[in-house]
Write a protein that binds this ligand. Structure first.
Ligand SMILES: [Zn+2]
Ligand SMILES: [Zn+2]
Length: 269
């Protein structure tokens, strides 16, 4: 088992210490486990979220150093450290400064906010047209793929659909397919990795991105996927791992990709 995405108490919405998360990953026999704290500089420009506690990057890096120095590198579980950088046009220059030269394993590139609102909140959708929001969301992903800071993984494509109140929440509708293809082709061309993220309440779907999007990615030649529980707790580490492997295999994928010091490592199923 591998898990490429998780949050400890260092993140504003985390619950558990890094030490406890690592101990649990080892107990579960994981080959690879990544702690990826929220670097939500996009929230600084959001209406409601600008008051949320921001990651103290220096303090986090000191902790990373300390834990790395206590491990000899021969453990079964490779513990990776990284951040999840929430993109918005105004946060990009901050990341260019903050992420430059950092000794991390992995950077996750994600979109949580559209025009200063977090799509996590259902009431944010009130009075907004689906076409407008979905097109804005897809445009933001396209922009985020071309940023001038290094990233490895593209997070939870379809995040906007999680709480969207529309009749058909799928991104894989004819009118959006052109933009979806632009996104997938860019990811392939840049040799980045798509995560399959199981931090989603909808039991029926169970993960993001939706299956037709993953199929399209495969069809276009994309082979870099990884597994992400995006857990903020101990009991959902590796959540729905078997289901994700099964679906990935059915589509044709043969492995997950993980990152160690930003170098790709192939993890066969
Ligand atoms: Zn996220
Ligand atoms: Zn996350």
């Amino acid at each position: 088992m591998i898990d490429s995405h998780s949050h400890s108490k260092f993140s504003h919405d985390g619950r558990v210490s890094i030490e406890k998360l690592i101990a649990r990953a080892e107990e579960m026999g994981m080959n690879y486990y990544a702690v990826t704290e929220h670097l939500d500089r996009d929230y600084k420009f959001a209406k409601r979220e600008r008051f949320i506690r921001q990651l103290n990057l220096k303090r986090y890096l000191r902790k990373v150093e300390k834990i790395r120095s206590q491990r000899d590198g021969n453990e079964k579980t490779y513990v990776a450290f990284g951040v999840e950088a929430g993109y918005c046009p105004k946060s990009a220059p901050i990341y260019e400064r903050e992420l430059a030269g950092l000794d991390l394993d992995v950077v996750i590139n994600s979109i949580h906010t559209i025009d200063g609102g977090d799509v996590y909140f259902k009431d944010w959708f009130n009075g907004k047209e689906q076409d407008y929001i979905y097109n804005r969301y897809l445009d933001l992903i396209i922009e985020s793929l071309d940023v001038n800071y290094h990233y490895d993984i593209v997070a939870h494509i379809g995040y906007v659909t999680r709480y969207a109140p529309y009749e058909n929440v799928s991104l894989m509708q004819d009118k959006y397919l052109e933009k979806i293809d632009i996104i997938l082709k860019k990811i392939i061309e840049k040799d980045k990795t798509i995560e399959i993220n199981t931090h989603i309440k909808d039991e029926k779907l169970g993960f993001l991105p939706e299956i037709p999007l993953l199929k399209r990615y495969y069809e276009l030649g994309g082979r870099n996927i990884t597994f992400s529980s995006d857990t903020h707790r101990l009991d959902t580490m590796g959540f729905r791992y078997d289901r994700v492997v099964k679906v990935a295999k059915e589509i044709g994928f043969t492995h997950f990709v993980t990152y160690r010091k930003h170098q790709k490592v192939i993890e066969e199923f």
